[in-house]
Structure formats: C-alpha cells, structure tokens
Design a protein around this ligand. Structure first.
Ligand code: NAD
Length: 453
C-alpha cells in the first residue's frame, strides 16, 4: 500500500495532473473504458445481486456518463482562477482564488451501487487534478474484480489504481497518509475512517446513511405520490442510501394511501416473477431484515427466500417509533407506515432522531411544504418525489450530522477534491505607508477612516 501511495505522490509532484488537457484525456479514457465494458459490467452486477441491465444503466452508468460529460465540458471553467473584490485597505491590488488539487486521494466505495459509488467520486477527483486509489466494496465480488481489471489495465498505477479487498486491506490503506479520503458507507465505518484520517489531519468527505422519512400530507395527487414513492423505495430492493425509509402519513388519508400503495406494489411482483428484482446482497442482510418483521403488522409481503436472497416488497402498518424496524436504517424492501394527527408532533419525532440523509414531502400545500423544509434538517431531498434529486448534478449531494460530511456531484465534486488558494496580488507603484512607524495622529485618523470599510 505504501509503495502505491508513494508512487502516486511522486507522480502528483510531477505536476502532470495539474494540466487540464491531461485531466480531460483521462476522463474521456474512463468513459471509453466504461462503454467498452458495458456488457461485462451488466453481467458482473447481475451475478452479484441480480441487478438487471435496465437498472444498471438507469441507476449506475447513466449517472457516471453524465458526471464525465459535465466535467469534460466544464472543468476548464471550474479550474480557472476566481477573481474576487479587493478591499480599500489593500489598494492598489487584485484578489483571486486558484483552485488546486489536493494530491493523492483515497476513495472507498459501498456495495449497493457499486459502479456509481466507486467511480463518481473518482471522476470528481480526476477532474480536480488528483491521483486516485479506489477501494470498491468487497461484497459484490464480481463488480469489484471487474472494476480492478478495467482500471488497472487502462491507467497507470501512479495515477489511478483500484485496490481490492475487505476490512484488513482498507485498514492498511487507512494507515497511509492521503491528502483526501472520500468514504461512502455506514455510520459505524465512517467513524473508523474519520479517526484514521484525524491522525494525519487528512480532510474527509463521508457519505453515510440514516432513516429518511417521507411525509404524505394530502391526497390531491395521491396516485402519483404513491407511484413515485414505491419506485424509490423498492428500486435496488430498498438497498439505497436515500430510499424513503419510512412513511409518515396524515391519519385521514392513511387507508386510501395504503390501498393505492398495495395496488402499486403488486406490480413489483412482475419483476420478481421475471427474475428482474434485485437480490439482498448476502444472507447476513436477509437475516437482519427478517428481525424487523412483526407478522401482525405486515399488511403486504413479508416473505423471503434465504437461498435466492429474494425479499418481498413489504409494508408494515400501525408501526410505532419504538418498534425494531424504527431503530436503525432498514436498507431493504420494508416500508413502515406511521399515521400522525399533528404535523408538529410528526416533525418533532423526526427531529428527535439523527439528521437523515434525505427527506421527502408529498403535498400540494405550500405552507406545509415550507414548514417541513424550514424545520427539519437533512442532507437533501425532493418535494413530490423521492430519490430523484440525486440525478440532478446541479444539486450538491451529501448528508448532514450523522448522515455525512461534505458533498459531491458536478461542480460540488470538483470543489470537494480541491483547495482554493487565496491570493492578494499587490501593485508596488503606490505605498501609503500608514501601517509603518512612526505612528502619528494624522495616520491614526486616516487608518480609522479606512478601516471603517
Ligand atoms: P460499510 O460501511 O459496511 O462498507 C463501506 C466500505 O467500508 C467498504 O468498502 C468496506 O470494505 C469498508 N469497511 C467495512 N468495514 C470496515 C472496517 N472495519 N474498517 C475499514 N473499512 C471497512 O457500508 P456498506 O454496507 O457497503 O453500505 C451500506 C451503508 O452505506 C448504509 O448505511 C447506506 O446508507 C450507506 N450509503 C451511503 C451512501 C451515500 O451516498 N451517502 C451511498 C450508499 C450507501
């Protein structure tokens, strides 16, 4: 590990990655490698957890192509000096900030969207002019192996290298000194990464998880709300960091909501019957999910098959905040429904918990929408939809509090992997001499006048 890091450090110090043409060429190469390997990528992710070619494209590759195209188009602008105003004290001068790459970066990916969560941070790091060591999650073995083959046979290791492995390899990596660590995964491992980074004062971005609520506040467009909610919850079999974790529905419309919800979920049966429904990543996670099930509260689904690792889309009704299913992030296809009478009480319950990665508000009532957006702190979210905010690269993507530190996507990814070097450039033709000895009453008066600005 140490050799790879040192080789990357030496390469970074050669200043090659600071050249914008170099960055663009590497990004274009990455796109070509992805395009050339699309079929192999489909095959690998299907072998890992039955993810279909359709889902692979719409939830993994499409976002990567967009991120690459966006960076190729805009990186010159992002990397240009940013001129800022200069204050009167410094007259005559100009001020600007130079975005500079941080250096050798480590990207640690999660398993649930293995390509997207590994390559999207790497794209941002490359666009910003860094070298990258990428450690994909070891759980989807085929995608991890393929990413290593794709990158290591096309890029020089001193610039971009995939290191495969699990806990022990990650720990060895974390002992090294990096200039930036970008981690996607659980809160528990996020803490380990943060502690390891603190030893070297390495800056981190932590993309973590949490319990993201969905508020259903009226029935104006209930059919549309339900359609969008069901897709967002059950895509990837609920193994999505920003999936709506649970629903808070106004009691008067709960029955109507449940009816529509179950009718919509029935359509997922089509996916199961056609082997087009994502598997739970491993048996340990199937076991974890079964512990949340309270049979008397299940109004839909609830069954699973440990051999095939298929877990039915499941709805639990009459759930309370003290139930097992409400104690941790579900990260699977179980949707608890909690009815509320008083919106203030519902908001208070959300706020009693850790700040979620996302929050979704379904309503046509502007005042209620604004109230929730104003009062609840969360990473990002949608009004009248769920998870789709991730698809807009003009929006920073990241958590707050326990759901994460920092953000990325589009220009925010570039900023995450950059330092902004602030420069005051002074002209030497004029020197008022106010600050120098000997001080005098007149100088003092002038100084007071000038420093008022
Ligand atoms: P995880 O934390 O178990 O693993 C993430 C990475 O950390 C993997 O590469 C793994 O090899 C490594 N790792 C695991 N244990 C380690 C240890 N003890 N020391 C060092 N490294 C270790 O997370 P996961 O199961 O892959 O993903 C699920 C979690 O990730 C959920 O909480 C989910 O919400 C979150 N997540 C967040 C985002 C986001 O963008 N915010 C995206 C996807 C997943």
């Amino acid at each position: 590990m140490n050799k790879i890091v040192l080789a990357q450090k030496a390469f970074f110090n050669s200043n090659k990655t600071k050249d914008i043409d170099f960055r663009i060429a590497q990004l274009k190469k990455l796109k070509r490698v992805l395009l050339e390997n699309e079929v192999q990528m489909e095959k690998a992710i299907f072998e890992d957890f039955s993810k279909s070619a359709f889902d692979n494209y719409s939830t993994e590759l499409a976002l990567l192509y967009l991120e690459i195209d966006d960076a190729v188009k805009k990186v010159r602008k992002w990397a240009a000096r940013k001129r800022v105003a200069t204050n009167i004290v410094n007259f005559p001068a100009r001020s600007y900030m130079i975005p500079e790459p941080l250096g050798v970066t480590l990207v640690i990916g999660a398993w649930n969207y293995p390509y997207q969560l590994s390559f999207a941070p790497a794209i941002a790091a490359i666009a910003a002019g860094n070298t990258v060591i990428l450690k994909p999650s070891e759980l989807p073995v085929n995608t991890s192996k393929l990413m290593a083959e794709m990158v290591n046979s096309n890029f020089s290791p001193e610039f971009f290298k995939v290191v495969e492995g699990g806990v022990s390899e990650t720990q060895q990596l974390l002992e090294q000194r990096f200039d930036k660590i970008f981690f996607t995964g659980s809160v528990a491992v996020g803490r380990i990464v943060y502690q390891a980074a603190a030893k070297h004062l390495t800056p981190v971005t932590l993309e973590l998880g949490g319990k993201s609520p969905a508020f259903i506040l009226d029935d104006t467009y209930l059919e549309v709300y339900v359609k969008r909610l069901v897709w967002a919850k059950f895509v990837n079999a609920g193994q999505t960091c920003i999936a709506p974790d649970y629903v808070l529905v106004k009691r008067e419309i709960k029955d109507k909501f449940l009816q529509l919800l179950m009718a919509e979920i029935k359509k997922e049966q089509f996916a199961i019957e056609n082997h087009n429904y994502v598997q739970i990543i491993n048996e340990r996670n199937v076991d974890r999910l079964t512990k949340y099930i309270e049979p008397k509260k299940v109004t839909y689904g609830g069954n699973h098959n440990i051999q095939t690792r298929i877990f039915e889309p499941t709805v639990m009704d009459n759930v309370s905040f003290s139930d097992a299913v409400m104690q941790e992030e579900i990260f699977g296809p179980i949707l608890p429904v909690i009815a509320f009478d008083d919106i203030n009480e519902a908001i208070a319950e959300v706020k009693r918990r850790e700040k979620p990665l996302s929050c979704y508000v379904f309503t046509s009532n502007k005042a209620l929408k604004d109230k929730i957006l104003h009062e609840v702190s969360f990473g990002g979210g949608c009004v009248n939809d769920a998870i789709m905010h991730i698809s807009n690269s003009h929006l920073a993507f990241g958590g707050v509090g326990e759901s994460g530190i920092g953000s990325y996507h589009g220009e925010y990814g570039f900023k995450t992997f950059s330092h902004f070097k602030s420069i005051l450039e002074k002209s030497a033709w004029f020197e008022p001499g106010l600050k120098y000895f000997p001080h005098s009453e007149t100088k003092f008066k002038w100084m007071k006048r000038i420093l008022k600005f």
